[in-house]
Design a protein around this ligand. Structure first.
Ligand code: GUN
Length: 290
């Protein structure tokens, strides 16, 4: 069994990006510039955005953090999105979600120019991805593809079973694994109402768990020799930790891992890849001639 080290892979990717940026700057080019809009003071969002700004520094990017209090109006945000769309000094930007309840997240997301949508959340990017056009692929599915690629895990013709059908992981992951230019796999998508879930999972060469239920995937659901990718990160109470909780994946790691050829741990697997994929998308935004 090989443990897929997302933390080390993400660090290697950021280093590769930093080297590329150093080369661009040495040749008189401009640093990639990522902007982030953060509304309010939600602890999780503050941490995510601070980590994104830190990753920009590590990669040699310029970053701009635009903050609003939670009473910002939808119109103010739409105006800022449109301003960033037009700002040639900004290569890509994100609007950190969730937004306060009085703001229509979909409306804000749809206002982002798809050529600057480095989160890959706009319907235009999702649609372009689905038909294999140049696009920004959202961070979690892109990170999983990158892990499979860097660990030379064969995907062509393999049976990939995805548990979960969310817009940000399950559905895009299924599209990507299906497409010839990415996974080229045979894909089955399962969810909370799938009949014979165990039997279907047992036929997977690659099993991707993104259902958000701690330790949902047990040893009897995994074919010996399979690759198991765990996207789950649920906080579960753990009195032995100082924080009082630990992160639990969707996979019952201790019983499943001995069966696998490859498996991602939680934490340290898929999670650390996401910010490095945002950085990669921002670098791509500077290069792409749509
Ligand atoms: N909130 C949680 N994850 C994300 C993300 O990847 N992008 C944005 N914009 N908001 C988030």
């Amino acid at each position: 069994m090989t443990l897929i080290d997302g933390k080390a892979t993400a660090a290697a990717i950021k280093k590769e990006i930093a080297e590329k940026v150093a080369g661009i700057v040495a040749n008189g080019g401009r640093r990639p510039h990522l902007a982030a809009i953060l509304v309010g003071h939600d602890g999780g969002s503050e941490t995510y955005v601070a980590n994104k700004v830190k990753a920009c520094e590590e990669c040699g990017f310029e970053s701009t953090l635009i903050r609003y209090e939670s009473d910002v109006t939808e119109q103010e945000l739409l105006d800022k999105v449109r301003e960033l769309n037009e700002d040639n000094s900004v290569d890509g930007f994100i609007v950190q979600l969730p937004l306060p309840g009085h703001i229509n997240e979909q409306k804000i997301t749809e206002a982002i120019d798809y050529r600057k949508d480095v989160d890959g959340f706009t319907p235009v990017n999702v649609g372009r991805m689905a038909i294999g056009l140049p696009c920004f692929i959202s961070a979690t599915p892109k990170g999983i593809l990158e892990l499979l690629r860097r660990y030379n895990i064969p995907t062509r013709g393999k049976h990939c079973v995805i548990i979960g059908r969310s817009n940000i992981v399950g559905k895009p992951m299924a599209q990507l694994m299906l497409q010839k230019i990415y996974g080229d796999s045979t894909v089955t998508v399962c969810h909370s109402h799938t009949d014979n879930l165990k039997e279907i999972c047992r036929t997977a060469d690659i099993l991707i768990a993104a259902i958000g239920r701690p330790a949902f995937v047990t040893a009897d659901m995994v074919k010996p020799g399979a690759t198991v990718i765990d996207v789950g990160t649920t906080r579960v109470a753990d009195a032995s930790r100082k924080s009082g909780f630990r992160l639990q994946g969707d996979v019952d790691f201790d019983t499943v891992a001995p069966l696998c050829s490859y498996i991602t741990p939680v934490p340290g697997g898929v999670g650390p890849m996401t910010i490095s994929m945002l950085m990669l998308n921002t670098l791509l935004a500077t290069e792409r001639d749509w």
